[in-house]
Design a protein around this ligand. Sequence first.
Ligand code: GRG
Length: 291
Amino acid sequence: GPVELALPVPDAALAERLRARMAVVEDALFGHTVSRVPYVTEAAQHLIGAGGKRMRPLLVLLAAEVGGRPDDDDVVTAACVVEITHAGSLYHDDVMDEAQLRRGAVTANARWDNLVAILTGDFLFAKASELTAQLGVEAVRIQAETFTRLVEGQILETVEPGPDDDPLQHYLDVIAGKTGSLISAAARYGALFGGASPEIQTALTRYGEIVGGAFQLSDDILDVASESTESGKTPGTDLREGVRTLPVLMALASDDPADARLHELLRSDLTDDDRHAEALALLRAHPALDQ
Ligand code: GRG
């Protein structure tokens, strides 16, 4: 169905511009995911057509507003690169989780099978690469780095932290890789192709990294705390799969010295605002922000 954009932008004229630009992105997403094989097109557009928040492409457009060329065609292409990459990763993620529901629709692995879902993810990555090549070598470099971090984050999530590892740091590394990387790339592409200065490009890249981590953290809390499938996914998946998200780690924190930093977050004298500030400080201290 049509994607309803949540645009909490105070400037009505800017909101209207973004809505119009997102309509262009929306058409381009479908245009860029066509295969010569109709069956492949159907599978590739299954998830794209199911909606989603379109947060990453919107972030590309928003970041581009900061520079001098927000209307550059490359900004729209970059917005497609991030959403198509995101969609490809969701196909693979749903195979890994054996998920049945995504964006309120039946997943590709459930509707077809794992083979179709994996190959459709690969098809979308190929399409994203093709678009990235149109944007030039700097975009190819950013895309390769982002892709690497996505895969590393996803693999790290399946690995138990060692006895000497800080479980909190392990979690922060997972979310920086699997979510911070692409959201950061979205802000970076927008700044780059919208014509922002190098200083602003760096600042927006960092912003994306932190806000991406914060987004994953709230997603992980919702997995434990929400009772409905309102988010388009099945809550409780992380608990069932034994994924060590921060809320799970906090609930399981033991006397083990490795859990000392978790106990800092669990201190009873902390208010919700304190805990929020602590979590933000942790995200801001991640090595992915050193550059
Ligand atoms: C080969 C690049 C590559 C990836 C394979 C599967 C995988 C490794 C990575 C997946 C990473 C992943 C699914 C991270 C979760 C990110 C996340 C928060 C997804 C939900 O994003 P939303 O809420 O979803 O923006 P919508 O549906 O609104 O777009």
